[in-house]
Design a protein around this ligand. Structure first.
Ligand SMILES: [Zn+2]
Length: 83
């Protein structure tokens, strides 16, 4: 796994995403443009900051991906046959 860059903010398009973290094992992503905060990451106390930042980046990028379509993802595997 190599370090990955955070994707631009899905809300305002800003690409300045900071990844604050605490030594207690919490990390998150925060958009410098609109201030939206990404998913919180909780890792064991004393986790390496690089790992915290990488996890926060991965979580942010996962959330920042555009939705696949107008439908919600729930029930994706159910009701497979309709036509
Ligand atoms: Zn933003």
């Amino acid at each position: 796994m190599s370090k990955s860059k955070p994707k631009p903010c899905p809300f305002c398009g800003c690409d300045r995403i900071s990844r604050p973290y605490s030594l207690a094992g919490n990390a998150w992503s925060e958009c410098q443009g609109c201030g939206v905060r990404g998913p919180w990451i909780h890792l064991p106390f004393g986790t390496d900051p690089d790992a915290l930042i990488a996890a926060a980046t991965a979580a942010w990028n996962h959330r920042a991906e555009p939705a696949p379509g107008p439908k919600e993802q729930e029930g994706k595997d159910a009701d497979g046959k309709s036509s």
